[in-house]
Design a protein around this ligand. Structure first.
Ligand code: CTP
Length: 416
């Protein structure tokens, strides 16, 4: 039986491209599943399909122009996005993708996307050369980093007579992605806490002890958990990354602040410590800048140990999350060392990174990890940090599912 989309509100943005005709079929599928669909048709979209056919199929007024006074009074661009549960851009032209990546707002479609706080799925459609172009690839990467989900594009012949990647996915596939968005969210109703990035431990008002962590892996994990439906709090040390859309991001500097923010985010069902917390902090944080006077010998900085946030979160007690996952950066005996760390800190799983000159993970978009539990380990092939994050979110969902099943069995056994 087809899953119902009853009471769901979908905003479909149709930009210019031959594939726009496929969006008519998409509207039909969405309507048949019981959802309400409002459509924005860009000016170039109107070159390919008419507002009348979109209006007839959607049974709603079609929005075409940001500066149409009538549209703006009846339904402003802010309301269009606020009243939607999900925004789909199909077809997403190279131009609209570029505008969205750069935050431009020069028509109704781009303005609505910029003003949106809603999850967005995009189905690109363009000539294969345009798709392969570094500019488009960079824009796509930017959008994905911000949490926008990509559907396709597919491979095959395109309308311009060339073959390659660039065809818009078929309406059925886009519709499938809409169903997955609403129904396959295995971590819905779970609360997750993720730490990411380095910590900076002040020496004086201008200097600090820190490390090279970029925060990319932790941010990707927070995003993947959010995509899987979890309510995510990301507690981040100083990074150059923007806070992922839809995720509560708390910025901190020191390990002490990170610990405090983590404790305030409890209770949580899942805690993942991806932060590279500085193991030590200067004993003293000087109130004024240490001056380098002539002939002055370099100062020595006495250090004190920082709290181990992972170990504190994983410590048995009423507030311990059901699943606590840590990271272990190892140069040798990866599994043995990670397992020792897991036991010492009372974690459920460890993600062990192999650190070597050949596999520099700091700042890289790639990672090579082992998933280690007390009695098992699994090597994951080298992949993007995003892929690893999504795989981890799936594993977490499985783990929780198995745990729930086991609890139910125990409950049934106890009742018998
Ligand atoms: N961690 C933490 N708080 C600390 C130190 C570490 O939460 N003060 C967490 C990290 O987020 C990570 C794991 O503990 O999940 C890493 O443990 P750590 O003992 O620091 O191991 P490594 O970084 O691998 O280094 P080492 O083996 O040198 O201890």
């Amino acid at each position: 039986m087809m899953q119902s989309l009853e009471n769901k509100n979908i905003l479909l943005i149709i930009s210019g491209g031959v594939a726009a005709y496929k969006s008519l079929e998409l509207i039909r599928l969405i309507k048949k599943a019981g959802a309400n669909v409002r459509c924005i048709l860009t000016e170039s979209g109107t070159q390919f399909i008419t507002p009348l056919s979109v209006a007839s199929l959607s049974e709603e007024q079609v929005y075409t122009d940001l500066f149409s006074l009538k549209d703006e009074t009846e339904m402003g661009h802010i309301r269009l996005s606020r009243e939607a549960d999900l925004i789909i851009v199909a077809p997403a032209s190279a131009n609209l993708i570029a505008k969205t990546a750069h935050g431009r707002a020069d028509d109704l479609a781009s303005t609505t996307l910029l003003a949106s706080d809603k999850p967005v799925l995009i189905a690109p459609a363009m000539n294969p050369e345009m798709w392969d172009n570094e500019a488009t690839q960079d824009n796509i990467q930017t959008l994905e980093q911000r949490g926008i989900t990509l559907i396709g594009p597919a491979q095959g012949d395109t309308a311009c007579g060339e073959t390659g990647t660039g065809r818009m996915s078929e309406p059925e596939e886009i519709f499938g992605a809409i169903l997955s968005f609403f129904y396959e969210r295995p971590l819905k109703s779970f609360k997750a806490l993720v730490t990411a990035g380095p910590t900076y431990e002040p020496i004086d008002p201008v200097r600090f002890v820190g490390n090279r962590s970029s925060g990319k892996q932790g941010y990707a994990i927070a995003t993947a958990l959010f995509e899987a439906g979890a309510d995510v709090t990301l507690i981040s040390g100083p990074t150059a990354l923007p806070g992922p859309v839809g995720i509560k991001t708390i910025r901190v500097e020191t390990a002490q602040q990170m610990l405090k923010a983590c404790q305030s985010a409890l209770p949580a069902d899942i805690a993942i410590c991806a932060a590279a917390v500085s193991d030590w902090a200067p004993k003293e944080n000087k109130a004024s800048k240490i001056k380098k006077r002539r002939n002055h010998t370099p100062p020595s900085i006495a250090l004190k140990e920082n709290p181990d946030i992972l170990a504190r979160l994983a410590k048995d007690g009423p507030n311990r999350p059901d699943l606590v996952i840590g990271f272990a950066a190892e140069t040798e005996d990866i599994i043995i060392n990670a397992r020792e760390k897991l036991a010492r800190k009372n974690c459920d799983l460890m993600i062990a990174n192999k650190i070597s000159a050949a596999e520099n993970v700091f700042g890289s978009n790639q990672n090579h990890v082992h998933l280690v539990s007390l009695d098992d380990s699994e090597e994951w092939p080298r992949a993007s940090k995003k892929t690893i994050a999504r795989k981890l979110a799936q594993r977490i969902a499985q783990h929780i599912n198995n745990k729930e099943k086991a609890t139910n069995v125990r409950r049934i056994e106890a009742a018998e």
